[in-house]
Design a protein around this ligand. Structure first.
Ligand code: ADP
Length: 390
């Protein structure tokens, strides 16, 4: 990360079951890496967090947004495997250096395929360690630049598309309300259909912007402690008009005592997408029930609907970007195919999972389970653990 024009800060997370290896990685990188990174007038500062466990290491990667992650246990850590998968799918910029002592060629190949930027077989020299760090850092820098450019482009595009939509919508609304003269029923009907198309386009643009922002702003997350009811009520308010138009009733059950530490924007987008689907794929006089539950390990947001349901054979296609099921019962329902993929990305940020149960013609229930985690003491303590409790 470039904190100002003259100093570059490089954050690194290290996980190693052997404390002496972790200590050596820290010492070499702290002492030598800044010298390798300095260019012209710009200096470099390296900040290292040695995580006590692989899971805390992965958590630190998600929360602290380091440039590099040195890890020795990916093949045995489910969270680590997940992290590699996310790198491959293009949603993490961290450069991963795998330092597994039991590394065989198959695991090394597999790790490279899944997104590791460098693989160090042990024992390694200081020079090899530095080369691996620089290689992984190149990967990180390239990804970061690409993502920021993409996001800047998405923002401009979003703005350029939304402004004319707002203007056209205002004109159409004036026509429909009769301010510019009396219109016939068929004319009003046509204009109302045009207004509905504008809403569809606006939600496509919003999904696209959320998707881009999720990737670009990972390091500018803003976690705070807040009641789950706050976000539930906000999402219900936002969805109220669409639900009314669709003839769907929104209900909720959330105890005011349930609090979570999270980025409110992320939780709002997650829940908003599930609720929006529960309304879109419902039936007239249907219901949407939002429940929030907690236990020691997680906070769960559950969204149940009485809608068209999902064919069991199609469940495996959910949560992939741009994957829309071709269900004749949803003919005419518009969408970007990004809502569930966005929801899943957000859940992964909380080391959680998203589950779905569905019965065709009866309804679906999506549960987003966000894991609590107690205290990863990150350097600078700038970014706390998302579920550190109230
Ligand atoms: P979309 O913008 O198409 O709604 P999503 O990613 O939100 O995209 O959902 C992907 C697909 O999953 C939808 O197109 C729809 O076929 C199916 N789906 C999502 N939620 C539900 C639901 N509550 N009931 C039935 N089908 C659903």
């Amino acid at each position: 990360m470039i904190s100002n024009a003259r100093e570059r800060e490089v954050r690194i997370v290290v996980v190693d079951r052997d404390p002496s290896v972790a200590g050596r990685i820290r010492a070499v990188l702290e002492q030598e890496l800044p010298r390798h990174l300095e260019s012209g007038e710009a200096s470099a500062r390296v900040e290292i967090f040695v995580a006590p466990t692989p899971c805390q290491g992965c958590r630190a990667v998600s929360e602290w947004a380091p440039a590099l992650f040195f890890v020795d246990t990916l093949s045995r850590c489910a969270t680590g495997q997940d992290l590699l998968r996310r790198v491959r799918e293009g949603n993490q910029d961290v450069g991963i250096v795998l330092t597994d002592p039991d590394l065989d060629p198959d695991t090394a190949l597999d790790a490279a395929w899944r997104g590791a930027s460098a693989v160090l077989s042990r024992p390694f020299t200081d020079g090899q360690l530095l080369r691996a760090a620089r290689k992984a850092l190149d990967f990180h820098d390239g990804r970061r630049a690409e993502r920021d450019t993409r996001y800047a482009f998405a923002l401009t595009l979003g703005h350029e598309l939304k402004s004319p939509l707002d203007a056209v919508e205002m004109i159409l609304n004036n026509l429909v309300s009769g301010f510019l003269g009396t219109l016939s029923e068929p004319q009003i009907d046509g204009l109302q259909r045009a207004l509905a198309r504008i809403q569809t386009m606006r939600s496509l643009i919003t999904d696209y912007l959320d998707w881009s922002r999720l990737g670009a702003e990972r390091r500018r997350r803003n976690p705070r402690v807040f009641p789950a009811a706050e976000v539930v009520h906000k999402v219900m308010d936002q969805a109220a008009e669409v639900a009314r138009d669709a003839g769907v009733v929104l209900l909720s059950d959330v105890s005011p005592s349930i609090r979570l530490r999270a980025d409110p924007w992320e939780i709002e987008v997650l829940l908003g997408n599930l609720v929006s689907n529960a309304i879109k794929y419902n039936r007239p006089n249907g219901r949407v029930f939002i429940r929030v539950q907690e236990d020691d390990h997680a906070v769960s947001f559950e969204v149940e609907d009485t809608g068209i349901g999902i064919d069991p054979a199609a469940l495996g296609r959910l949560f992939k970007p741009f994957s829309r099921l071709r269900d004749p019962r949803a003919e005419g329902v518009s969408g970007s195919g990004l809502g569930l993929a966005i929801a899943r990305e957000i859940v992964l940020l909380y080391d959680g999972e998203i589950l779905v149960e569905s019965t065709p013609d009866v309804g679906s229930c999506f549960t987003a389970r966000l894991r609590r985690c107690r205290g990863v003491d990150l350097p600078g303590a700038a970014i706390p653990c998302p579920f550190d409790g109230p």
